[in-house]
Structures are given as C-alpha cells and as structure tokens.
Design a protein. Structure first.
Length: 638
C-alpha cells in the first residue's frame, strides 16, 4: 500500500510538522509506504509529484486550513483536522485497509468532507486561515522594530528613541510598514477561505478601510476586530454575488471584473457608513479600559490570558488570546503581549523540565519528546507540550495551566512588555522585551511550577510496572511477553502445532472449528467460544475469502492471549463465498488481542497479502505434505 498525505495548520510552525512526522512514523510501523507534503509557514516542502499522486492508493489531508483537493480527484481521500494527524496517525492509515474510503470527486463533496464540515466550526476555520497569512507580517514587523530599538535606540528621559536620520530608523519604518499589513491581510485571507480567489481584493481593501478610521470619521481604526468583520463581510458578499446567474458571455469576466468590484464597493460602503464607527468606538473603549487596568484587575486579566494560552496549546482559545495581544501591540500597548509571551513558552519548557528532573515518571520515548519539547519552548512554540497532554490530559493540562497563569501574573506585576507578536526566550534574546530580567523570572518560575506539579500528579512508570509484576522481561508474565512480541515475519506467531497440512472439515464452520481447536490447545485462546463468535461476526460483515483459493478468517477478541496465525490446507477446497468464486484451499486464521487489534492485525494482513499474490508461492504451499515443509515456506512471509 502507498499513501500520500498533506499536513497544514493555521500558523504552519509546529502542528504541521508534528502531524507529518507522526504519519511517517506510523507508516513505517505499519509497513506502509507514505510520503507527506507539508504546507508550513515557509511554504510547501516535500511536494507531492504527479507520479506520487498517480501511484497512491489513498490520500490523507490532515489540516486546519483550506487545502486544494483538485489534484486528488479520483483518489480515495480522507480529510480531517491536523490534530488527528498528530494523535491518531495509525488509525487514519488503517482506514484504507479496513473501510470503504470514498473517492474524491470534483463536483461532489466526499462523505469525509461532509463529516468534517459538520464537525468543524466553519467560522473558526476561516478565521484561522486568515491568521496563518497574517502572522508572518506581525512577526517580521515586530522583530525588525525590536532590532532597531536594541541596536539603534538611544536612552532619553522619555524612553528609547531612534534618531530620525539614522540607518536604524529606516529599519524601524520597514517594520512599521510590515505591521500596517496585519489587518488587511487577515481580512483578505478570511475572505479567500470563504469565497476563494475572488474574495481577495474585497477582503484586503475592506481590511485596509477597517484599519484606517479616517474613512469613517474616527481617530482610531476598528483594529483587528474590524478586520475580522471586514473579512467575513467580503467573503460572504463575494460568495453571494458568485451565485448570481449571468449570461454565458459574461461568465469569463465575472471573477476578474464584476465580482471584485461589486463586492469591494459593498464592503467599503458598509464600513464607511454602517460598521466602521461603532466597531472603532468599541475597540477604542476596550483599549482605554485595558490601559487603565491596575492592581487586582490587571492580575485577573493576566490569569485569564495565561489560562487561554495554555488550555489548548495552539487551539482556538490560544489563538484568541494571541490575537488580542497582537492587536494591543499595534495600539502601542506592549504590556498585554508581555504576559502572553511568557505564558506561551511555559507548557513546553515545563514538560521538558519535568522529564529531565524525574525520569521515573516517563517512558524512554517520552523522555526524548521532553528534549524536543524544551527546545520548542525556547522558541515560543506552545505545541511542544501537545504529545504529553494527548497521553495524559487530566494531569498535564491542569499543570501547564497553573504554570502559565503563574508566569503570566508575575510578568504583569513586573511590567514585562513585548513589542513583537511572539513568545519565548527567543524574543527576549532578540531585544523585543521590556524588563528582560522579570521576563526570565516569570518564565522560570512558571516552568518550575508546571514541572513540579505534573510530576507530583504523575505516578512512576517504574512503580506502576512493578505493581503489575516487574519492569524487566524476566519478571513479566508469559501473557505480557506474548502481547509485546515484535512481529517481523509470520513464523514469529506460527508454530508447528498451529499448522494443518490436511484439514478434514468440508464446510467453512468445520474448518474454522479445527483451526480454533488448535489455537485453544496451544494456549492462544482463553475462551474458544468467544473467539469463534468474533470470527463469525467478521464473516457476517463480508466474506474473508480473498479469491485465488485463499481465505483469511480473523477475529479480534479479549479471549485472545497473544497474536497468532493458524494455517491449514483443505485440498478439496471449501466454499468461502470468495469474490472470484474459487473454493478456499489455503486458510489462514488470524487471532489478535483486542487491545492490539490495530497495528498487529494490519501488519499480519499486509505480510500475507504481499506474499500470497505470488502464483508460484501459492502453488508451493498447496504441494506441501508435512507441517515442517509448510513451516519452512511460511517463514518466507515477512
């Protein structure tokens, strides 16, 4: 099987690449060839070629922003969120083997698209699409301004000032120019997400009007709130105009001339005469209120911001708080983004530190993830904590929230400011932070609080293992050893006792009873009757007769102690209702413990399907006369 995939997230920094890495790991584990294209903040990497698409058996799109699907027309396609790519990669891949995944068509949405659309909030999806294009502008603008202030600023009684005739003044102005695109780009790409390319011009122009209060007689613009409103107005107005029936002769010029002009004019006039002034007043009042917050009120704000940043680590709550802080930077209020910048880095730094200071609480893979998490925290990537939260949300999420809230409050009390829409120690190193000492004090304390709290709540991995019977291989029970068997070839789970060179049964059920009896006698099954019910239930869903004289009955049950395959030859053949009508002569019965049903079941089926397509190999199996000959041949299946 060959699978191709595309991963993308609104920011294009962490989730995109985490999903890609997990899909690739899952493909390697399951023996599936997989290539993943990432659509990150630096553009498309590892791009899928026409040949890749042509050869693919299936397509996975794990994305929280719009990904063009036209190139995948005619391919089985699963469209889902990027979190599924991170948390459930094996399940996504396995669906191509276990489910009837729909083929993507140009004119009709697939079943998966419909399901995704029902599950997702379209407003959030469009908003995040705009945010993904906006973030590079605010990061570039903020860092350039911070760099100019650090290297070219001069201390005066009124604060740091850059001389008007200096080189660094030009750098600051370039940064300010980048900032000025923030709201128009946000609005433009919200509109594109809703109405495709015809929405771009109305959205950007509407966003520009929203950000410039002079259009509607306001000293302050409508800010990012106005930009969001402009984006949605432009998108849905454009969409409505696109649906208007026009003569065929006008259709070619509609998306180039009439749709953008009509939509831009409508959005612009609505903002000038209806929307602009009220939104600007709300935004101005909010800014005044925030700037006037002192004492307990500012502490409450810091607590709220810290909780929102950490609760979903890059999700909608995190993005709302981040957008709010970014907008305050544009208004000249840097002391809102300061606590946010501290809170952003605490979850990954805290979980990384937790794995360093108490390894007994974490398995080897988690300890490696801790190193990556700590590194991501240094660069302000909150998503580094996601692997830990996904595995143990009840302990990890409260711990990182308490740590982020603690750091956020200390930063607020210490008057920490941040002039760039980003977080983590990297912004302090680059000179974007006011009161750097308190920034690091707040970040360190919050990180330590998270690490100590999560380790207090977690139980020792070693202790838990010992309670169940020891940590090393010698101390495990025989059943535990069996369930952890690494399957590299079929004979890892086949013994001579499970091989029948001459099955006696003349019906499907009689053959199944023979094979099940050998499994029971070999200690594979704790309850033969329960396992048989699982096998029959699978047969009722659809025949396991593969054709070419092969049948692969299988069952996933709690009655199975360890993975195993029983093999038998029925030389006269048994009616197995195979798709090609051939009787089953080579029967492979799979037994898999329910908790290992996903990876083991698929791995065994893949090994069998590859080798059994060989006509010569099947004939050799049919010609064996002893169990030993059969075992020797089965050893070739890997």
């Amino acid at each position: 099987m060959k699978i191709i995939a595309v991963t993308a997230c609104p920011v294009g920094i962490a989730h995109t690449y985490m999903a890609a890495e997990n899909l690739q790991k899952a493909g390697g584990k399951l023996g599936v060839e997989i290539k993943v294209e990432t659509q990150g903040s630096i553009g498309v990497e590892n791009a899928l070629t026409d040949k890749d698409i042509e050869e693919a058996d299936g397509v996975i799109i794990a994305s929280d922003k719009e990904v063009t699907k036209e190139r995948f027309i005619g391919k089985r396609l699963i469209a889902t969120g990027v979190q599924d790519g991170i948390k459930r990669p094996e399940e996504l891949i396995q669906r191509f083997a276990t489910e009837d995944v729909p083929v993507y068509q140009a004119d009709l949405m697939s079943v998966e698209d419909v399901k995704k659309q029902k599950k997702e909030n379209p407003i959030y999806r469009h908003l995040m699409s705009g945010v993904s294009y906006m973030i590079p502008f605010i990061v570039v603008g903020g860092l350039l301004i911070a760099l100019a202030l650090t290297l070219g600023g001069e201390q005066t009684p009124g604060g740091i000032v850059i001389p008007e005739d200096s080189f660094w003044k030009k750098v600051e102005e370039i940064g300010a120019a980048s900032f000025s695109f923030m709201v128009p780009i946000l609005a433009g790409f919200i509109a594109v997400s809703i109405a495709d390319h015809p929405g771009l011009a109305p959205g950007i122009i509407g966003g520009f009007i929203a950000a410039n209060g002079s259009f509607y007689g306001s000293e302050a613009g409508a800010g990012f709130i106005g930009g969001i409103i402009a984006g949605f107005l432009a998108g849905y107005i454009t969409l409505a105009i696109k649906k208007i029936k026009v003569p065929q002769s006008m259709q070619p010029v509609m998306p180039i001339i009439f749709i953008p002009i009509l939509a831009t004019l409508t959005v612009g006039l609505l903002f000038v005469y209806v929307v602009g002034a009220p939104v600007a007043q709300v935004f101005e009042s909010l800014t005044v209120w925030l700037e006037g917050m002192q004492g307990a009120s500012s502490i409450l704000l810091a607590l709220i911001l810290g909780a929102m940043i950490s609760i979903d680590m890059g999700g909608p709550f995190n993005k709302v708080a981040f957008l709010f802080g970014s907008a305050m930077i544009a208004e000249g209020n840097y002391e809102i983004m300061g606590p946010i910048a501290v809170a952003i880095c605490i979850p990954p730094l805290g979980m990384g530190l937790a794995t360093f200071i108490n390894k007994r609480k974490y398995q080897a893979a988690q300890q490696q993830a801790g190193k990556a998490s700590f590194t991501m925290g240094l660069f302000g990537i909150t998503e580094g904590a996601i692997p830990f939260a996904a595995q143990d949300p009840l302990r990890v999420i409260p711990s990182i929230m308490v740590g982020s809230m603690t750091g956020s409050v200390i930063a607020m009390m210490g008057n920490v400011g941040d002039r760039v829409a980003h977080g983590g120690p990297i912004v302090a190193v680059l000179g974007a932070v006011d009161n750097v000492l308190m920034f690091f004090v707040a970040a360190i304390i919050g990180t330590v609080v998270t690490a100590l709290l999560v380790n207090f709540l977690k139980k020792d991995v070693i202790g838990e293992s010992e309670a169940k019977g020891g940590t090393n291989q010698q101390e495990r029970t025989e059943e535990d050893q069996a369930k952890s068997t690494e399957i590299t070839k079929l004979t890892d789970i086949v013994t001579n006792d499970l091989i029948h060179a001459d099955l006696k049964g003349s019906t499907k059920e009689e053959v199944m009873d023979e094979l099940i009896a050998s499994m029971k006698q070999s200690g594979i099954l704790s309850d033969a009757k329960a396992y048989k019910q699982a096998v029959i239930a699978r047969e009722n869903e659809g025949t396991t007769g593969m054709g070419m004289n092969i049948a692969v009955p299988h069952g996933k049950s709690e009655a199975v102690r360890k993975p195993a395959v029983a093999f038998g030859i029925q030389r006269s053949g048994v009616d197995w209702e195979s798709l090609d009508g051939t009787p089953a002569k080579l029967i492979f019965m799979l037994a898999v413990p329910k908790e290992k049903a996903g990876d083991d079941h698929l791995k065994i089926l893949q090994m069998l399907s590859r080798k059994l397509m060989d006509d010569n190999y099947r004939q050799k199996l049919l010609n064996v006369t002893t169990k030993e000959e059969a075992y020797h041949l089965l050893a070739e299946i890997q």
